[in-house]
Design a protein around this ligand. Structure first.
Ligand code: SF4
Length: 205
């Protein structure tokens, strides 16, 4: 059985792909296949847009504070599908906020700027900043795009803030990110005009 839609605490999550251009050393998919009580979030194949909409329609969507595109892969690997599902959600549940948890590499994945495409569909973007140092990011996240990834992620987040009402940069709290590195991330976000959130180690993205 495929876990296309699953619940974590109050929120409903949509899992569209296993693909990801990163191989983060801390990624839960390397360590915890049964996370959140689901058998596995590893998809045997990618669901179609219709399959994802059918799966969502089985849940009482009006009861949830938000729908989150997340999972064991990078959701913007399927940006077209994500936005189509998002448009359908907005048309049928206009009050339901839509969040995307992303590594921020959508522009490199698509080979073109993507931030404007989120406008009017995505309400909240959670971008994994991970650290304030490009070399450390390379070692930690091992993106297939190499050194281009870190500046592209920062640029995407800054651009996305023009189109998405709530953009937040995330890092993993201590002990993964010690206080002095948290401070460096906060200074970077302040410089870029972005908001920082420190999340617990257990979370995906
Ligand atoms: S970006 Fe997210 S899904 Fe991809 S390897 Fe890193 S933690 Fe895992």
């Amino acid at each position: 059985m495929m876990n296309i839609v699953y619940q974590v605490k109050d929120a409903l999550y949509v899992n569209l792909t296993n693909r990801c251009p990163c191989a983060c050393r801390f990624c839960l998919r390397n360590n915890a296949p049964g996370v959140y009580g689901s058998d596995s979030l590893w998809l045997e194949r990618e669901p179609t847009v219709q399959e994802a909409m059918d799966a969502l329609a089985k849940w009482p969507l009006e009861k949830y504070p938000e729908v989150v595109f997340c999972g064991y892969g990078e959701p913007t690997e399927r940006l077209d599908a994500l936005l189509e599902i998002g448009r359908w959600l907005k048309a049928n549940h206009p009050m339901l906020p839509i969040r995307v948890n992303t590594n921020g590499l959508a522009d490199l994945i698509a080979g073109q700027p993507t931030a404007p495409r989120f406008a009017g569909i995505v309400d909240r973007l959670s971008v994994s900043l991970n650290c304030a140092d490009a070399e450390e990011y390379l070692d930690l996240c091992r993106p297939k795009f190499g050194k281009a990834a870190y500046p592209a992620m920062l640029k995407f987040a800054q651009e996305a803030a023009r189109y998405v009402p709530d953009v937040v940069m995330t890092i993993v709290g201590a002990p993964v990110t010690p206080p002095e590195k948290q401070a460096a991330c906060r200074a970077l976000c302040d410089r870029l005009g972005l908001r920082l959130r420190i999340r617990p180690f257990e979370r995906i993205q």
